[in-house]
Design a binder for this molecule. Structure first.
Ligand SMILES: Cc1cc2nc3c(=O)[nH]c(=O)nc-3n(C[C@H](O)[C@H](O)[C@H](O)COP(=O)(O)OP(=O)(O)OC[C@H]3O[C@@H](n4cnc5c(N)ncnc54)[C@H](O)[C@@H]3O)c2cc1C
Length: 524
């Protein structure tokens, strides 16, 4: 993974000339005078963690698994939000942990947590490092140091129960590797977020992730039947049956807990048979509201495709849903719907036929398989474009929310208006990609010319938009989580009593408050 950008450096893309002129002419983007610094030029702060504590950690995990060299520390600084990348590109590694610790078992994680609690060392659980909400940048103020607890060595397919269709998997497995291991056995999880190549199973659970095929397979939380969690107070083993009425479901306390309550060391996940067939196609609707009405009907009355997404007029026009053709003008664009069907041939044919009848009845025009295939081919490509846009002097960032169908149109307009008012004349694009009987997500992509301080510029806009989201009845996050960036808005969303409950749980599981301090838990 590129340390200050996205993905395999070999996958870097050049911006097409059409996009360059769009940036110049429409947004007034001017080339940056300072290109990204090299990794060797970055100087992380002095290590403050006492050598004796480092020795204790080495005694637990082995000397080779405690790293305090510059590169390891820099690679565990921050996540992959645009402000994270802008800071890293400028050589700012001020939030680098003192050391990176890589335990090899649940027991070692427990012992690392004990050492860190004993010395009041902050511990940031680290999966793929793809957080976009400031989930990984702990401020060590008030602590004896900060360590990143990287679960990368817990990366095995531990067991497979094909009778119950449950797999036990290590939290350090990246999405793509987990799919490869399951795929060899004719199975799939069905979890395909855009960060799939790099994000880990533990991160998916800890941040309550949702993948692009959530209409068919559900969000990641729906796949978790059980888990093991190491906390400073000991082990939590959760989930022993497909359903239980034995009190509140404590798995829900850990799902979305973002490393603040414990470290997920093992996950038991529902698996399914790999689909024999995948059929993706495109539909055109005249407007976003007509397209949204069609998605709502499918979500409420069925049949529901496996993938269902609707781009608004601007996103369709720019071609963001088909990154290979981005910037190419689209004639009579309207709004693009991508519908994907996965399963056995009969199931795919039957669901497709029934869904097509609904989409046609509600004003859609079928565009055939080409737009659907183009989306499927380019589904992991957009993050690579972000690096090229940043290098060009544009800020590109995403934000997302969800709301009931009844509030969605107002929420959509209010977020667009807030972004436009805060950023001058940005390009604002939106799509719906997760639908429910009662509502849907809204995912915005914003492109704007960078001001002198692009981080401050974005943070200003984000603050305004977060207030608008909460005021208009949306949630501050459908699937990115809370981290540090959404903590204030989350506090408003759950209220004072909600915050007290979270603080109570944290005090019980992590009495010294060493786990990911500053993330998730409202401070009031
Ligand atoms: C380009 C891009 C595209 C993205 N697309 C999507 C998308 O389509 N859908 C989506 O849901 N998200 C998406 N994300 C956000 C991100 O990938 C998810 O939040 C993902 O779940 C994070 O996984 P990770 O392994 O990278 O976790 P990290 O970033 O390493 O950690 C995320 C949080 O979880 C905690 N954590 C990590 N591992 C553990 C563990 N084992 N136990 C306890 N806590 C842990 C961390 O402390 C942190 O608070 C995207 C991000 C990027 C950069």
């Amino acid at each position: 993974m590129l340390w200050s950008g996205w993905g395999d450096p070999a996958g870097a893309v050049e911006l097409p000339e059409a996009v360059r002129s769009l940036l110049r002419d429409l947004l007034g983007v001017r080339a940056l005078s300072t290109p990204a610094v090299g990794l060797e030029e970055v100087r992380p702060p002095e290590v403050v963690l006492a050598p004796s504590v480092l020795d204790e950690l080495r005694a637990v995990v082995g000397a080779g698994h405690v790293r305090s060299d510059d590169e390891s520390r820099i690679r565990h600084t921050r996540g992959k939000s645009t402000p994270d990348l802008i800071r890293l590109r400028a050589g700012d590694a001020s939030r680098a942990p003192d050391a990176v610790v890589l335990p090899g078992s649940h027991d070692e994680v427990l012992r690392v947590l004990r050492v860190c609690s004993g010395h009041r060392v902050a511990v940031v659980p680290f999966g793929g490092g793809t957080s976009v909400v400031g989930g990984l940048s702990a401020d060590g103020h008030g602590f004896a140091g900060v360590v990143a607890l990287d679960v990368g060595r817990l990366d095995r397919l531990v067991s497979l129960d094909t009778e119950s269709m449950v797999a036990e998997l290590g939290p350090g497995l990246r999405g793509a590797e987990a799919e490869r291991l399951l795929g060899e056995r004719g199975l799939t999880l069905g979890h395909f977020p855009q960060s799939f190549e790099y994000a880990t199973l533990g991160g998916f659970a800890a941040a309550r992730s949702s993948g692009q095929a959530s209409a068919g397979y559900g969000g990641f939380g729906d796949m978790v039947v059980g888990m093991t969690v190491a906390t400073p107070r000991g082990t939590l083993g959760l989930g022993r049956a497909p359903r239980s009425a034995a009190g509140p479901d404590l798995r829900q306390v850990i799902l979305g807990s973002e490393g603040a309550f414990g470290v997920i060391t093992s996950l038991r996940l529902r698996v399914r048979r790999s689909p024999a067939e995948r059929h993706y196609e495109g539909w055109r609707f005249a407007s976003f509201s007509e397209g949204a009405a069609a998605l709502r009907r499918l979500a409420q009355d069925g049949p529901l495709p496996t993938v269902l997404r609707l781009s608004d007029e601007t996103e369709t026009m720019i071609g963001l849903a088909r990154p290979e053709e981005i910037g190419e003008p689209v004639a009579g664009a309207g709004c693009l719907v991508v519908a994907g069907y996965e399963g056995g041939p009969l199931e795919v044919a039957e669901t497709r036929e029934r869904a097509a009848a609904v989409l046609s009845e509600l004003g859609g025009t079928c565009l055939g398989t080409e737009p659907g295939q183009a989306w499927a081919r380019g589904r992991y490509a957009a993050p690579y474009l972000r690096d090229a846009l940043l290098a060009e002097g544009a800020t590109v960032e995403t934000l997302e929310t969800a709301g009931f169908w009844a509030v969605l149109p107002r929420l959509y307009e209010a977020v667009r208006a807030a972004l436009t008012a805060s950023l001058g004349a940005p390009l604002v694009m939106c799509h719906i990609s997760h639908v429910y009987a009662t509502g849907a997500s809204l995912y915005f992509t914003v492109v704007t010319a960078q001001e002198e301080d692009p981080v401050a510029q974005w943070e200003r806009a984000k603050r305004v938009v977060s207030e608008v989201i909460v005021a208009e009845g949306g949630t501050i996050s459908h699937h990115h989580g809370v981290g540090r960036d959404h903590r204030e808005a989350y506090a408003v969303e759950i209220g004072e009593l909600g915050g007290e409950i979270l603080r109570g749980i944290k005090e019980r599981l992590d009495p010294e408050g060493v786990l990911n301090p500053g993330a998730l838990i409202p401070s009031f």
